[in-house]
Design a protein around this ligand. Sequence first.
Ligand code: CA
Length: 230
Amino acid sequence: MSISILLVEDDRPIADNVILALARDNMACRHVTLVAEALALLRQGGFDLAILDVGLPDGNGFDLCRALRGFSDIPVIFLTARADEIDRVVGLEIGADDYVLKPFSPRELAARVRTILRRARVAAPDTPATPAAAPAFIDIDAERARVLCLGQPLDLSRTEYLMLKAMAARPEKVFSRAELMDAAGLAEASLERSVDTHIKGLRAKLTVLAPRHDPIRTHRGLGYSLAREP
Ligand code: CA
């Protein structure tokens, strides 16, 4: 079975190296330099994975990835030159699968592509097994760092995601603010009150998708818990 990769990169030498490394690994690569071209091709389908540069002549890779997620689940790897972009890239909000920091070894990139495709294949057979089940109230896809609420994607900040993930792993457990700060990797110096702010944001986002539910319970003086069934 042949593997088809879409590469969106406007730096010609980088693109050439990636195409070569993928070809050596028997992967076919279609290369474009524009967001618009990429979207048109991705809509046609047929790609197993997309490799996206962040800064592109007619837009950026983040918006491209967001648009792609509206119609496709194919894995996405970002090429980024800036370490400070990584938080966005690993993409709580963006839905990417991996990133490679420039400059990178094209051979290493090809190896990552292989790994991600293997992972995607392993995960795939589960999908048809549960066709008719109603969407879960909260469904956490830790692999992709994405959360679905009643089947709809929730656009969470990193902190909100990590707090919700911790609470969803142990429904009904009352989490103290300190525990939630820990779960979200907040520094000890942060005020416990900042947990309240993040929880408030999380609640507001859940309310948009599920107005009649309020699954996060406040335990006065103790902390918060997530209801098993809202
Ligand atoms: Ca670029």
